[in-house]
Design a binder for this molecule. Structure first.
Ligand SMILES: Nc1ncnc2c1ncn2[C@@H]1O[C@H](COP(=O)(O)OP(=O)(O)OP(=O)(O)O)[C@@H](O)[C@H]1O
Ligand SMILES: [Mg+2]
Length: 366
């Protein structure tokens, strides 16, 4: 179909492209709904994200004066055309929406009767949101090329929703990590330093009257200081891996040397990936190692990192008990959030009795 032959029909695509040019994040969604409502002369256009059971949350909306759907407003999907939007790729009710969806209070309140929606999908094809366009004027009758333009921009909006989800997951993982560090500091080094201070106080007081006792207190205090030092070192190592600035090999070797469980590094790429990818590989190996020691009763951990033009494959496997379940902790969930935020995927294969394998596929230069 040539553009020249259908100048009017192709205008929605141009309008959406122009109206959203340069906009990112939520602003992109806002521009999109504003342009859509304007171009289709609709009373309301919005983007909503599926949240919770049978509900959707409005992320961006544009309504003609008097027609309001607030950003952040959560609404129930049951009995509305929005519910059907999730089972149809594209749903068009040119007229008669109120008759077809008598329970929809929003359509009733604003006397809206034409409804158009397209589902927004994530990278796995799951419907995670929708764009809705609602009109009082009927028939709401977009041209085929306008529907095509809507589909194209729905793909972009779907990618935007997915990006936001990764961002939220990453923030949650970072919060959880901070909480864990705070807990570790409080229960570990901080407690030991308090005990150490008390032991030194007592030793000072007893120094003259009972030197033997003072010496015993001092040697107990020294022990606490050594343990506190080790705990702080381990904590610092988890925050910023030693040796990583020199590359994966020295950093992973340092991890292996300190480990009570043998770590076999079978392959590492010749060329260094970007710093954020190297850190991610380190965290993958470190968490897999901690888990193998803590939960698996494994006798070894194998690490393979291989690179092709468009992918870095990280495979870390122990030969222990299996049965890993991400919902029981935060370590594996945090890893998945980190990998997905970089546009990668993490597969966890952990059949009972047959070891645990983590396989991450990463883009080498995200
Ligand atoms: N390698 C493994 N072998 C057997 N079970 C495992 C293994 N890794 C994890 N698991 C199981 O899966 C659960 C979740 O692991 P995850 O690493 O997410 O949390 P965690 O290790 O319990 O705590 P943390 O949040 O400190 O990592 C663990 O509690 C454990 O029961
Ligand atoms: Mg763990």
């Amino acid at each position: 179909m040539s553009i020249a032959a259908h100048p009017v029909e192709s205008s929605l695509l141009t309008r959406l492209a122009t109206g959203t040019a340069g906009a990112v994040g939520k602003e992109f969604l806002r521009c999109l709904v504003t342009e859509l409502a304007g171009a289709l002369d609709a009373d309301m256009a919005f983007v909503a994200e599926r949240c919770g059971d049978g509900e959707a949350c409005t992320l961006a909306s544009f309504g003609k004066p008097g027609v309001e759907l607030r950003e952040g407003q959560v609404f129930t999907l049951a009995g509305t055309p929005c519910e059907d939007a999730y089972t149809h790729d594209l749903l068009l009710v040119s007229r008669g929406a109120r008759l077809r969806y008598p329970e929809d209070a929003f359509l009733r309140r604003y006397a809206l009767d034409g409804y158009l929606a397209v589902a927004l999908r994530d990278g796995r094809g799951e419907a995670i949101g929708h764009i809705g366009v609602i009109s009082a004027r009927t028939p709401l009758d977009p041209a085929p090329s306008e529907l095509q333009a809507l589909r194209i921009f729905a793909a972009r909006a779907g990618a935007e929703l997915e990006r936001r989800r990764h961002e939220v997951a990453l923030l949650r993982a970072a919060d959880e990590e901070r909480r864990r560090i705070g807990r570790d500091l409080h229960d570990g080094a901080q407690q030991r330093l308090v005990v150490l201070g008390q032991a030194l106080d007592l030793a000072l007081r007893e120094l003259e009257a009972d030197p033997g006792r003072a010496v015993a207190r001092l040697s107990a205090a020294r022990e606490q200081a050594v343990i506190a030092g080790r705990e702080l070192r381990e904590l610092a190592q988890g925050l910023h891996p030693v040796g990583l600035e020199r590359g994966l090999r020295p950093a992973l070797s340092a991890l292996a040397v300190q480990s009570p469980l043998p770590v076999r590094i079978e392959a590492l790429p010749d060329e260094r990936p970007s710093a954020v990818i190297e850190a991610t590989v380190w965290f993958l190996v470190s968490e897999a190692l901690t888990n193998a020691i803590k939960h698996a009763a494994a006798t070894e951990l194998r690490v393979r990192v291989t690179a092709s033009d468009d992918e870095l494959l990280v495979a870390v496997a122990d030969n222990g008990a299996g049965g890993a379940c991400p919902s029981r902790g935060t370590g594996l969930q945090g890893l998945r959030a980190r990998v997905e935020a970089l546009g990668g995927t993490l597969a966890i294969h952990s059949p009972r009795g047959a070891g645990t394998a983590l396989t991450a596929r990463l883009r080498p230069r995200p």
